[in-house]
Write a protein of this length. Sequence first.
Length: 397
Amino acid sequence: MQTFLVGLCLFHVVFGLDNGLGRTPAMGYNTWDDFRCDNISAINVMRAADGIVRQGLDKLGYVYVNIDDCWAVGRDNKTGVLIPDPKFFPNGMKPVGDYLHSLGLKFGTYTDRGTLTCAGRPGAQGYEVLDAQTYASWGVDYLKEDSCYADSDDHEVAFAQYALMRDALNATGRPIYFSLCGWHGWYSPVGMSLGNSWRMADDSGYWGAVLTAMDTNSRLGPYAGPGGWNDPDILIGTSEKTAIHLTQDQSRSMFSLWCIMAAPLLIGSNVYDLNAFDLETFSNRELIAVNQDPLGFQGIRLFGGNLNTEHNPSVINIWGKLLSDGGWAVFFFNNGDTTKDMTCDSKCLSEMGFQPTDIIKARDLWLHQDIGTFSGSFTVSSVPLQGGSATYKFVKQ
Ligand code: GAL
């Protein structure tokens, strides 16, 4: 028995992620869908940070400023230390981090568990300890580790490589949020022991990928909670100035659902100067509160099935997220080609534990208005087509 207990204890010490971070999903900004590789530079990152502060996004919780791929060009021949691109980061990375910290923001960066990053920059394989120390010395607060140029199908290899970086980060003594990026749902069952979040789907670079991420994530809720989250990728806005954009309805639905799914909220848009619509989307305090709710419950699909499947795809879904005050945030989604009236019927309500006789108060989380009480069922009229939605909070009276 004693041996068993000691064994358990060691297991915890050696294999646990214990950095105290990610008690609620991370919020911030990521450069990838904004700049890709072309314009990633110290100046643009600092401008993005200025934009976050000027538009008050930091006050809403968006504090991580995460530099994605393409910042590094190689390693020092003698020491092996990573070399930032001298053209775009002329003073190195630490001054960028210092600037972010001076604004009260946090500094995130990017690597890969394989030999190279997806864009062919140096990967961490074999350099985990040195790189973790380097990041800590630059004041890094968040590290995303991608999975290119590595065996992406061998689960054990992937877990072992992520564990190496996790332990190397832990050993620095600096709390660094660790964000895994392996693009598969099979990370979720072990995610919590490895990192603070794990990408469980492909890049959300177009609408079909957003739907697939929803479908995949609908099965993965039980694996998420305070300390570790399923990551369905970066939020997409509507600005045509960025590499990727969605329609207004789609972008707002994505934001609503990411809040319901307790997903990290990392803006992948032109954050230096968001258009008015995107700023309003990302600034929805009521939905941010849903996302950051301390219970950390990942929302569940209450009605409908997979949306992006060849066999009988659903065109409507209803999702709900239990909140720490006992209420539920409820998301009505229409991916069909006509507007739809949608009903959460007695079965849908009972999935949330509501009884047929309960008097339930409803609040519209986009109009920011209480809209009265109901019991038995709840119908939303004219949910917009092709990715439109409506989101409410239900509380039993
Ligand atoms: C992909 C990753 C993206 C982005 C890109 C950079 O593998 O999923 O989020 O980081 O690499 O090259």
